[in-house]
Design a protein around this ligand. Structure first.
Ligand code: F6P
Length: 511
């Protein structure tokens, strides 16, 4: 698979020149004045997701150059290689096939598709059995990172579609306060523990799983097979741990891309087999869009290129996520892992240092709360931070007034960021010309959420492809894991030999 790093393309210096001569002075207000059709030109309907990109610091010239950049980097060929099942995760020599998890039967020639559906059918049948089992009222997911954030985000987002009578708990942290707080609320006979871990070796998850099993046995729990299930690629290790009810997945599913696999079991229990299939169908529609839409109408591609434009030419170091829907409150945390673990790299896929910036910082809270906290900085701070508004047209509640006010606030913030205010004087002035993207979902349904998540996955794929990095490994998490293994016994013994003075001092403090 031939990839060309962005800084070795002809388009890259042309973008640099264009940015210096024009891009840096781009003004949104002038852009709207000079192009009455700007909204139409820079907004689009993709499967289940409408996106308005018109309030971004971008015109046709810059976007055309970015399309050239994508072409010269080999992004379309790299995308096709992913969908062909090639081992594009080259540092781990693995294929990247989360898209296959949502491919309908018969839709792909990939040899693993039959296995995917066999596992999916078994998992959904199990989910339906759990749903029908009134004795199980508590579902406790034990997992971390991709084995927590994806299912937690989706179960939270689709609460309006969840069955009544079951509560969902997510335990991720090795901090025992988290597990202890859940165990206080549940009883062994009415609880199902799902131990979710791709590797089945992660320290946090294994520690929590061992404690949960011990608690279960010490509190009269019987029938581990009924009360514990493991979701993992390492079924062997799960069996050794003592869990026989297992649902597998494969090394070609990255942790942060795994909610579509057996890791999605809590989602399937919450919204049912049909709901889970709708989630997959929404994501598949976005896969097809990304795979086949021409560049100019390819939303994930356009967004990924906009991210490169902002990061490497405008120099923006962060992006704020503003979901205007309280059920989407875990979306910023989910996207942090998706984007920052994928693209937070400073060497290219061959291991050579990159000369340009990669992943920005993602952060955010639901609107309108953020407005009363950090939006001050977004409007008047010295940094410009692109904001992403996520709005849902139909509310899932019947309270009058609220939803209009919520949506009005989202619109107003995007408007204020762009327009600014020049006539009030001094502290009351706003510079304006601050960019934002505005997403609209007609409703927060399994299908629209599936499409929205897949949109982000492919957007992250696009910027990572331009940057020439491996977006599917995460070597950067290893060092801390190794050092923690060394420090844990030292906390007990007090042995600080060979430690740097700061770590040694803190170790003594913490003992
Ligand atoms: O340490 C990072 C990481 O490997 C993530 O990529 C992953 O989602 C998380 O840990 C959990 O890993 P596992 O599912 O194997 O327990």
């Amino acid at each position: 698979m031939h990839r060309v790093r962005c800084d070795r393309t002809a388009a890259w210096p042309r973008l640099q020149t264009y940015y210096k001569e024009q891009g840096a002075n781009f003004d949104l207000r002038t852009a709207f004045d000079s192009d009455p059709k700007r909204f139409a030109h820079f907004s689009q309907q993709a499967p289940h997701v409408f996106a308005d990109l018109s309030k971004n610091l971008l015109n046709h010239v810059a976007e055309a150059l970015l399309f050239e950049l994508a072409q010269q980097c080999g992004v379309p060929a790299y995308r096709d290689a992913m969908f062909a099942g090639e081992k594009i995760n080259n540092t781990e020599q693995r294929a990247v096939k989360h898209w296959l998890l949502r491919a309908p039967k018969g839709s792909s020639a990939d040899p693993d598709l039959a296995l995917v559906h066999e596992t999916l059918d078994a998992m959904l049948a199990y989910a339906e059995r759990v749903r029908a089992d009134d004795a199980i009222t508590e579902v406790v997911n034990i997992g971390i990172g991709g084995s927590d954030l994806g299912p937690q985000m989706v179960v939270t987002a689709l609460a309006a579609h969840a069955m009544p009578g079951k509560r969902f708990h997510f335990v991720s942290n090795i901090d025992g306060h988290e597990l202890a707080a859940v165990l206080e609320q549940v009883k062994p006979e009415s609880t199902l523990f799902l131990v979710a871990s791709k590797t089945f070796t992660t320290l946090e998850t294994m520690t929590n799983a061992r404690s949960a099993k011990r608690w279960f046995e010490q509190n009269g729990g019987k029938d581990i097979a009924r009360h514990f299930a493991a979701l993992t690629t390492n079924v062997e290790a799960a069996r050794e741990f003592g869990i026989d009810t297992t649902f597998g997945f494969w090394d070609w599913v990255g942790g942060r891309y795994s909610l579509w696999s057996a890791i999605g079991l809590p989602i399937a229990i919450a919204i049912g087999a049909a709901g889970f299939r709708d989630l997959l169908a929404g994501a598949h529609a976005m896969d097809e869009h990304f795979r086949t839409a021409p560049a100019q109408a390819n939303l994930p591609l356009r967004l990924g290129l906009l991210d490169v434009w902002y990061r490497d030419f405008h120099g923006f170091g962060s992006r704020s996520i503003a979901p205007y829907h309280s059920a989407l409150r875990r979306v910023p945390a989910y996207l942090q892992q998706l984007e920052m673990e994928s693209n937070g790299k400073s060497v290219d896929a061959q291991g050579a240092a990159v000369t340009y910036a990669t992943s920005p910082v993602l952060w955010g809270e639901p609107g309108t709360n953020g407005q009363h906290a950090y939006f001050q900085m977004l409007h008047q701070g010295t940094d410009r931070v692109p904001v992403e508004f996520i709005a849902v047209k139909q509310p899932a509640h019947a309270l009058p007034v609220h939803h209009e006010l919520l949506l009005a606030n989202a619109l107003a913030q995007a408007q204020a960021l762009m327009q600014g205010r020049q006539d009030a004087g001094g502290h009351r002035n706003f510079s304006g010309n601050r960019p934002s993207t505005f997403f609209v979902l007609d409703e927060l349904s399994p299908a629209s959420l599936g499409a929205f998540i897949a949109l982000y996955e492919h957007r992250v794929f696009t910027s990572g492809a331009v940057w020439g990095i491996d977006s599917f490994d995460q070597w950067g998490v290893e060092l801390g894991k190794v050092l923690a293994q060394d420090l844990a016994p030292r906390l007990a013994s007090g042995d600080a030999a060979g430690l740097d003075p700061s770590t040694a001092g803190l170790l003594q403090r913490l003992r």
